[in-house]
Design a protein around this ligand. Sequence first.
Ligand code: ADP
Length: 161
Amino acid sequence: MKIAVYPGSFDPVTSGHLNIIRRAANIFDKLIVCVMVNAGKNPMFSLDERVSLIKRVTADIPNVEVDSSGDLLAEYAKEKGSCVIIKGLRAGSDFENEFQMAMINRKINPNLDTMFLTAEHQYMYMSSSVVKELGKYQADLSDFLPEEIIEDVKKRVSTIY
Ligand code: ADP
């Protein structure tokens, strides 16, 4: 069974993330979407909330599992029997950083490959931070977020700003 891991902060999961999830789930037998603890970021949603938002928007994809982890990604993948990390590549700005992480992960776990899926053109410039920023100004988020979670995000943004 070919298992891939799609890691990220997903704060919150966007339509760009969901597009990558659907495409990767079509390629692999099982896709584990893993919310990673990132000490450098100050998330709007807790780890558990992010997991539950992803579960809601992926409920119709049977081979997707949602998890969270504070471990090193390369170790996590090994534990789960996965040899592929999925990453979404947006504009050029993602490249440098992702390239470096792919090399480091491969050094830690030589059986681990990173597979990049290019962002769909309409999601190319979309990020969780842009969504949060737009939410502050009560902008229409329907082009950016899966329908099921728009209200949750609007509510949370309004308590913060
Ligand atoms: P961000 O980089 O916006 O904080 P994450 O850490 O949640 O987001 O990203 C997880 C993964 O999803 C990364 O590989 C990132 O490049 C990818 N990704 C994020 N937004 C998009 C998008 N709009 N289209 C395609 N891939 C994306």
